[in-house]
Design a protein around this ligand. Sequence first.
Ligand SMILES: Nc1ncnc2c1ncn2[C@@H]1O[C@H](COP(=O)(O)OP(=O)(O)OP(=O)(O)O)[C@@H](O)[C@H]1O
Ligand SMILES: [Mg+2]
Length: 334
Amino acid sequence: MKIAFVGKGGSGKTTLSALFIRHLAAEGRPVIAVDADINQHLGPALGLTDDQAAALPSLGARLPEIKEYLRGSNPLIESPEAMIKTTPPGRGSRLLRIVEENPVYASCARPVALDEGSVRLLVTGTFTEEDLGVACYHSKVGAVELLLNHLIDGQDEYVVTDMTAGSDSFASGLFTRFDLTFLVAEPTRKGISVYRQYKEYARDFGVALRVIGNKVQSPEDLAFLRAEVGDDLLTTFGQSEWVRRLEQGAEPPLSSLEPANRAVLAELKSQADAAYATRDAQRYTSQAVHFHLRNAESWGNAKVGVDLARQVDPEFVLGEENGAQACAAAEAHA
Ligand SMILES: Nc1ncnc2c1ncn2[C@@H]1O[C@H](COP(=O)(O)OP(=O)(O)OP(=O)(O)O)[C@@H](O)[C@H]1O
Ligand SMILES: [Mg+2]
């Protein structure tokens, strides 16, 4: 299941995505954690020291090798250089699974041991001042789009992505690559305005969006969220002393999280699991193609110097039935 956490800066995306990841791991589920936010904080939120987090390999820096692997023997993609972030998989492409060893994970993912369970962590890499607002930023996040477009995930296995909700997310198709998007919103007008903007973009693509109210302290906070968000409000996470202790450098075990907040994590998991029933491989694939054609036309064709529309394999649909093929490809490579 592909799950995203989005929201305004400071709303609690990293806190809640890290807690959700820990909850899934504690339940024994396989999880890939992805940090795709401008502020790269997921590693530390999962317990890494700043030095360990700084030493993580970045997806952004490894795009050429990621492309080389995913391209496989797909005859429609001439070279890794001809692959852009939206290039969709086709026959011959190598696909990834959540639970497997492959060269992409070997190079880019790092295991993170949690108090209960462990996960694999992938990070886009830090964004320097000069990246912001220019192509580099998109290309780093583009690595995540490329991976998700080549990832086959079944029920009971998860990739959880900590994202930004700014307009940068809409520059590509990344925001449509999830089975479920959790929008974290504080009960404030600014928190809600980000929700409205996201919903507006998401509507045309049938993005499943649920709001998690965060730092909710009073009945008034809850009433505000209910009035502004309506049925999209899934649940609320309270102002948490446990989270505060964590921020102060303590390492409280997940089992000591306030019961009401732990129940919220269980609720998020039920929602994520329920999203499985609404999966539509055909739609997922055709949206990938849609964004590829859009990117090809707006900048890709000019940049690469070929007609990138020809990379689309009309016979290919990304779905769990491709799984056997993915395993075979990974084994062949190994
Ligand atoms: N439920 C909560 N209770 C108490 N403190 C919280 C809660 N949620 C988040 N915080 C605190 O709010 C601050 C911002 O949270 P967090 O870093 O998770 O937000 P973010 O949306 O990821 O921010 P950024 O946009 O900077 O990445 C942190 O100090 C965090 O500890
Ligand atoms: Mg964050």
